[in-house]
Design a protein around this ligand. Sequence first.
Ligand code: SAM
Length: 222
Amino acid sequence: MVLEEYKDFLIAGARGYGSHTENETRYHSFKMALEILSKIPKPEVLELGTCHSFVSGGLPGCDSPDPIYWKPNDPSVWDWGAGAFTLVFGQNNLNLTTVDISREAINVNRVMTESLGINCQSCLADSVHFLGNIYKRYDLIYLDTGYLNQDSIERQLKEATLIVERQLLNPGGMILLDDVKSFSTDLPVGNKLGRSDLSLPYLLTHGFELIFEGFQYLLKIA
Ligand SMILES: C[S@@+](CC[C@H](N)C(=O)[O-])C[C@H]1O[C@@H](n2cnc3c(N)ncnc32)[C@H](O)[C@@H]1O
């Protein structure tokens, strides 16, 4: 499994974005998901919201589309604040599709994945439109579109509803939610579950069980 070499970056990556402890970081949720996927021959994985910056927030070149900022041999500067899901999961033995509404994000993602030898299918689309039209089932769907605000909360509920109603997961399939134990002044007052304030209660009453609770939540078909 390709993960341990990125452990320290993943643990440090989301610090400051919420009140989670070290055992609740993306390293631990990524590890659990990858361990479950490793038991499936060539699992199908879908990422909604692409890894789209060459470097982390605060560094020169953050969110710039200029490939001059991409340092494939220096993972310490990759965008661990956002999670770098494509770059980590893409280096494991699985079929990965990543979807984003931004052409620039897709182009940046392609530069990074190609240079790392990652075979990833990228798709320029709105996540809700994509889920409403795809005829395929996945073993893991990662919900990570948009940022911490009301629009993203509402979109994530639509994404979750389509996954359930259109049965887009294989038996035992998983959904990974990012930024759950997170904080932003752009979130409505009283928000407790980041972008997942509406989708998590929906999923828990529509056949899913929670198997990891931290900065990210990992759910599995019960
Ligand atoms: C938090 S970033 C994704 C981070 C990435 N998953 C990672 O691990 O580094 C959110 C992304 O969602 C995309 N996005 C926003 N609205 C979207 C939509 N309706 N459909 C698809 N992608 C969307 C943005 O363009 C942005 O690239």
